[in-house]
Design a protein around this ligand. Structure first.
Ligand code: V47
Length: 364
């Protein structure tokens, strides 16, 4: 059944929407995996990337209350928190590492990247974020700052009265290096209205990313799957990303995000391992203009991420340290891993571990 698609992939032809839907529908997971693995090898050989990074979520207070999000709180609600800039800077110091990490050799300066995303705070002005970025940059000039989803950028633009381009340019001037791919969810309007009616639209997300790329900011892209969407809506999402990438070449990696149902308003079930592997593989095959597909171990779990490296992924993200968004929604993985543990995971999958920086340059 997959022969026609297989021939297309082998002759380097681009897959259509119909091809991609067929790939999602197939039960022939091994043929799909082999094809995706071949495509991944063509781009990245036998390498699998990881990074020494840390996630910081400055606040969980959010004016949007997306129905799939278990992390956000309203102002004044139990569990709501805010970090001061001093606390943020302090959490990046090597002394903030847990004894287990220090014992494993992840010291003294362990991070090459800080990944910052948070709620849309009702009171913080844009200047707070600018100061946050510049204070981090001043204290840790070697750490790459990957911060703020397209949704946050749109919010900053609205609270500051600046255009999207001005907002991005200011952030870049203050030390923003790259942007993560969150907030994309599923672009389809019907799905978005069910999941997150208050959020920036799919078109809005694409427009912010296009502006970021044109301003010289590389970004990632994500897709949240396994909730209420169907295969056609996933494929539509992938094809819209592929189209933007054709125009800007500004995306570095694509990360499929497996929906976690605990403590969320929409509830439901965890995605299946088969669906996770299929989604990695189809993404690799459809996004022929993306250099990297990331198997985010926090969401897939340590074991399935290893298998995902044989199904088209070439990156497993990083050390993370203390993940909060997915763990609020029932993640079954650890909250962080050491570089040694990541290297071991990759080697045991038969791949060559490569420590990278935020731009996929090899770290010695
Ligand atoms: O934007 C929220 C998603 C994203 C849930 O760019 C959920 O390198 C699953 O974007 N179940 C944040 N997912 C994470 C993210 C990310 C992670 C790692 C690497 C990169 C990168 C980006 O998590 C949110 C949202 O799409 N999310 N709630 C949930 N219940």
């Amino acid at each position: 059944m997959l022969q026609k698609i297989k021939n297309k992939v082998l002759s380097g032809k681009r897959l259509s929407k119909e091809d991609a839907i067929k790939l999602f529908e197939t039960d022939d997971i091994f043929t799909l995996g082999k094809l995706a693995s071949r495509a991944a090898k063509k781009k990245n050989g036998n390498k699998a990337y990881f990074i020494r990074n840390i996630h910081i979520n400055p606040t969980n207070i959010c004016v949007n209350r997306c129905k799939f999000c278990a992390f956000s709180r309203s102002k004044g609600e139990a569990g709501a928190y805010e970090m001061t800039i001093d606390e943020i800077v302090k959490s990046l110091q090597p002394s903030a590492l847990s004894p287990r990490r220090v014992a494993s050799g992840d010291s003294p300066q362990p991070f090459s990247e800080v990944h910052i995303v948070g709620g849309l705070h009702p009171d913080w002005p844009f200047e707070y974020y600018l100061e946050m970025i510049s204070r981090i940059k001043k204290s840790f000039p070697k750490i790459c700052i990957k911060a703020f989803t397209a949704t946050e950028i749109d919010y900053f633009s609205r609270i500051s009265g600046k255009s999207i381009v001005e907002t991005l340019t200011e952030l870049k001037k203050h030390g923003l290096d790259t942007m993560p791919g969150g907030g994309a969810e599923i672009f389809d309007t019907g799905v978005r209205n069910q999941l997150c009616p208050e959020k920036l639209s799919g078109e809005g997300w694409i427009n912010v990313m296009e502006a970021a790329h044109r301003a010289g900011i590389k970004t990632n892209a994500t897709m949240l799957y396994g909730h209420v969407e169907n295969y056609e809506q996933r494929v539509d999402h992938l094809i819209r990303l592929r189209k933007l990438q054709d125009n800007t070449k500004g995306f570095q990696a694509f990360i499929p995000l497996a929906y976690h149902p605990k403590n969320t308003e929409i509830g439901g079930a965890y995605s299946s391992g088969i669906d996770d592997l299929k989604t990695i593989a189809v993404s690799r095959l459809v996004l022929d203009n993306f250099a990297h597909i990331k198997a985010y171990w926090i969401m897939l779990g340590e074991k399935l991420s290893q298998v995902a490296l044989l199904f088209g992924a070439d990156d497993i993200d990083g050390t993370i340290i203390d993940e909060k968004v997915t763990h609020s929604a029932g993640a079954l993985s650890s909250k962080g891993l050491t570089a040694g543990e990541l290297i071991n995971m990759i080697k045991k999958a038969g791949k060559v571990p490569v420590e990278r920086d935020s731009f996929y340059r090899k770290v010695k």
